[in-house]
Design a protein around this ligand. Sequence first.
Ligand code: GLN
Length: 203
Amino acid sequence: MTEPDRAPVGVLALQGDVPEHAAAVAALVGAKRVRSVLEPADLSGLGALLLPGGESTTLSRLLDESGLRDPLIGAGRGGLPLLGTCAGIILLARELEPSPGGKDPLPLGLLSVRVRRNDYGRQAESFEAPIPFPDLPGGPFPGAFIRAPRILSVAPPARVLAELKGHPVAVREGSVWGLTFHPELSGDLRLHRLFLASAGLLP
Ligand code: GLN
């Protein structure tokens, strides 16, 4: 390939911080290549798809209502690069630790992690912290954790990309990436860039 792929980059636009992810992607590949994904037909021809943060129970319900659940599982298994952040990693997970209230989303099972929702506390306990990222040039990444899930365990072939205070916060399994924080809120494009470059979508 002499030129970077020109494929569109999708942002799952059912709910959540969609505009922030779309802006991050647009800054890297140009606004014309950003596609909102709302229904199965929107997956056609995508080079990668981002699953933003939001409310995972709502997102899970909307995946069913839109008919996107099975096509998305198929696309992920077929190798479509996926990046899930916060609620997005909850959706990608293989397993969820049941919440005390009993109301949980149905995850897609595309990333070999077990997660517990809201495990860093409520909204008021949301925090920012620099995350040491061994594979990322330029020093620690500014992590924004907002009612974040905790990754309880990671099974091969998934591997940990970064940890904070002994807990994984970034995981990758082939072309599927999951982050428990919000890179789209930091103004730092390095993780979006790394993900899109690994998908062959940047020069
Ligand atoms: N706590 C939310 C959930 O369980 C995730 C929060 C977020 O995406 N910022 O869905």
